[in-house]
Design a protein around this ligand. Structure first.
Ligand SMILES: C[S@@+](CC[C@H](N)C(=O)[O-])C[C@H]1O[C@@H](n2cnc3c(N)ncnc32)[C@H](O)[C@@H]1O
Length: 278
């Protein structure tokens, strides 16, 4: 799949009309897309640059860009709620997902995070995605395949409970683990046995009780650093003439992120010092 350059057959292209309505097409030589303003010939788009305008048979004008990963994630079919792009961005940077990294995630859900991880680690890395539900794994597989145009060779997607995974299933310890599931605390002991010393673990949980249980379990296990917890609020702004202000609506809450690093076996981390109460 091409991410830039002139349009080629097979590209997923987003057409935007004057009312900012989007339609997505997959380019085929000789293909045609029918709009209420007549047909658009795919051959008029193939070979042109992104950001050009194509005109339909009855004069409708459509701006053409390739579908971005974020467009795909927000429009693809879902079995389970996806990790939102603002949180996936945090996971990629705070979770230190590097090119060549070996990353384990569970559950795969709809495959939104799988896509971001696969693209970040690249073909020299590997993503292992575990998913316990048969119906969800189908969404993950189809969505990833549709985005990349094929199933990446550096992806292992398995049906099963993360708690049954052993280091043999992941060809040894992994560099990073991301958990997005209702009860991550039940899988933290297993995760600790699969993560390399120094490896980063992140969990994504929606509610305060989940956050509390996750952090308490990480402390109890004793093989992780003191966890950090946060959420990210994203507020878009309207910028039109003098009307420069925050948008009225926002997705105020998606989830909390919890972050910790695996200690070397046998290490007891110094306890965080808290100021004594007067
Ligand atoms: C919210 S979804 C994950 C969404 C996914 N991160 C995405 O961005 O599309 C949570 C998934 O975790 C799966 N799950 C829950 N417990 C699990 C376990 N112990 N092992 C593997 N998958 C599990 C559920 O079946 C569900 O599909």
């Amino acid at each position: 799949m091409a991410y830039s350059g002139p349009f080629q057959p097979g590209d997923r292209v987003q057409l935007t009309d004057a009312k900012r309505r989007h339609s997505t097409i997959i380019l085929e030589q000789g293909g045609e897309f029918f709009t209420h303003k007549g047909g658009i010939k795919h051959d008029d788009i193939i070979g042109s640059h992104e950001g050009t305008v194509v005109t339909s048979a009855q004069g409708g004008q459509y701006l053409c860009f390739r579908h971005l990963m974020v467009d795909h994630v927000l429009s693809m079919p879902r079995g389970a709620a996806v990790i939102y792009p603002k949180d996936a961005a945090q996971i990629l940077i705070e979770g230190d997902i590097f090119k060549g990294a070996r990353v384990l995630e569970a559950g795969a859900g709809s495959g939104a995070l799988s896509m971001a991880l696969l693209r970040a680690v690249g073909e020299t890395g590997h993503v292992y995605s575990w998913e316990i539900r048969d119906d969800h794994i189908g969404f993950a597989r189809d969505n990833v395949e549709e985005y990349f145009g094929t199933i990446p060779d550096w992806w292992t997607l398995r049906l099963g409970d993360l708690n049954e995974v052993t280091p043999d299933d992941t060809d040894g310890p992994v560099d990073r683990i991301i958990l997005d599931m209702v009860e991550p605390w039940d899988c933290l002991d297993t995760a600790s046995k699969l993560l390399i010393p120094g490896g980063v673990l992140m969990t994504y949980v929606a509610t305060v009780p989940q956050l509390m249980k996750t952090v308490e379990k990480l402390r109890e296990l004793g093989c992780f650093t003191e966890p950090r917890s946060w959420e990210t609020l994203l507020r878009e702004w309207k910028v039109e003439g003098l009307a420069v202000r925050p948008e009225h609506r926002m997705n105020a809450h998606t989830a909390f992120l919890v972050w910790a690093r695996r200690l070397a076996d046998g290490t007891v981390a110094p306890r965080p010092q808290r100021r004594a109460r007067k």
